[in-house]
Design a protein around this ligand. Structure first.
Ligand code: ASP
Ligand code: MG
Length: 444
């Protein structure tokens, strides 16, 4: 069997869902599991609903929810025809919106449980999108089964960043898959042409609280499902041609990377290439499941293939730009050596304040950390000062990573003012510099 994943952009309109149907209809042989994200920008919209709800602005929360509901209603009408009496959506997603409205109107928010409420509210995006997709496929003659993945993906209770318990979840998902697709080993007769439609990004604790796996986590859900079911491949359908050697939002002259191995893929994703979530690779690599990244608007195009057999990436520089970076310089006031004496303290504080480090460089007494901008930086700085460190911030920066750079690329991107730090190995150069103004394109 195969696993497909469709992101929000691919199901952001009725035409998108129809396109999904075409793709799915051609891939049913042998069994298919389809992971779908929330439609369009629904997750962002529901984040706003959550914020208003938590702050006690219930009317605003309900208003924002109505906007999202209208967006879904339009898609439903495009797929199923006009709404029924009272303007209800011609689809089961209406019940989900009614349920969520009731939760918001009738619950008392507890700001100390923001993450819990976030998961409870934001997860409706995926529940609604999969309900619409499954009903549409079924109505058009495909044997589609909607699965509430919260019944299978059991997680810890780290809300907004939950971890899937693979052993328990594996057993549960395999049971469902055996029932749907059949299994010769357990003597369930094989059924052909069945598709399971399920949510990315969400799961549930053992006692039934909804959790989420972190923004853009649907890729990861799909990879875990592929691992559990020993899928022959995972395909992530995207609104780009595949994995490109730079983000076309920032760079001109980008090229498709036709093939790469897991190591290059995980490095690329981790450095901030937005096209695949960094957690996606590990579950695939451990079972050597090939990953295809393909354009949903042009199914004749092969896209990119990430697999064990691919050679290392050569002959093409890959540029990854991470915006909104801050460079923090940390120095012990007493002139202790920073690496030998102080690193554990600094790391412990980073862990406590949830600071993700993108680059680190040290001298005798100075440590430079390049990190994502964010609210927690201020408390982190305070805590460092409390531990007798001198702390200096430089903000408004970007981090450019070039893998497989050549002399020309090196010269070009390290020339000129505004460079704060350059780190270079034989294959990779990383540059922290002043942020490029918005709407300017960079040459590769
Ligand atoms: N809908 C979620 C998000 O936008 C998960 C995903 O799309 O991967 O972050
Ligand atoms: Mg999304």
């Amino acid at each position: 069997m195969k696993v497909y994943k469709f992101g929000g952009a691919s199901v952001g309109s009725a035409a998108g869902v129809e396109n999904l149907r075409e793709i799915v209809a051609g891939a049913l042989e042998g069994g298919l599991l389809v992971v779908v994200s929330a439609m369009g920008k629904t997750t962002n919209a529901l984040e706003k609903v959550t914020a208003a709800f938590i702050d006690g602005r219930t009317d605003e929360a309900l208003e924002a929810l109505s906007v999202s509901e209208r967006f879904h209603r339009e898609i439903c009408e495009g797929l199923f025809g006009p709404a029924g009496g009272g303007g209800a959506m011609p689809c089961g997603a209406q019940a989900l919106f009614d349920e969520l409205r009731k939760v918001i109107a009738e619950s008392t928010p507890d700001p100390s449980r923001y993450d819990y409420w976030y998961d409870r509210i934001v997860s409706y995006g995926e529940l609604a999108s999969t309900t619409i997709v499954a009903e549409y496929l079924a109505a058009s003659g495909i044997d589609a089964r909607w699965l509430d993945i919260r019944k299978c993906f059991i997680t810890d209770n780290r809300h907004r960043d939950a971890n899937i318990d693979l052993a328990v979840s594996g057993k549960l998902l395999r049971e469902v898959a055996d029932r749907v697709y059949g299994n010769a080993v357990t003597a369930v007769p094989p059924h052909h042409n069945k598709v399971i439609i399920t949510q990315g990004f969400i799961g549930s604790t053992a006692d039934g609280q909804t959790t989420t796996l972190g923004r853009e986590g649907s890729d990861y859900s799909a990879a875990v499902a592929a691992n559990i079911l020993d899928a022959e491949s995972l395909t992530i359908w995207k609104d780009v041609a595949g994995v490109l050697n730079a983000d076309p939002k920032f760079f001109r002259g980008t090229r498709l990377i036709p093939e790469m191995d897991y190591l290059d893929a995980i490095e690329l994703a981790y450095s901030g290439a937005q096209v695949i979530h960094p957690k996606t690779i590990k579950p695939l690599r451990s079972k050597e499941i090939p990953l295809y990244v393909r354009p949903f608007l042009d199914t004749a195009e092969p896209g990119s293939l990430i697999s064990a057999g691919a050679g290392a990436l050569t002959g093409m520089p890959v540029l990854i730009l991470k915006k909104n970076q801050v460079l923090i310089s940390v120095r012990p006031n007493d002139f202790s050596f920073v690496l030998e004496d102080k690193l554990p303290d600094i790391f412990e504080l980073m862990r406590r304040y949830n600071i993700r480090m993108n680059l680190i460089q040290s001298s005798a007494v100075n440590l430079s950390l390049c990190v994502d901008e964010g609210r927690q930086l201020e408390s982190f700085g305070k805590a460092l000062r409390g531990h007798d460190f001198r702390v200096v911030y430089n903000s408004g920066l970007e981090l450019l990573t070039i893998r497989g750079y050549d002399d020309r690329a090196f010269e070009k991107h390290t020339a000129g003012p505004g460079i704060y730090l350059v780190q270079k190995t034989r294959r990779i150069v990383r540059i922290v510099r002043k942020q490029t103004p918005p709407d300017t394109f960079l040459e590769i």
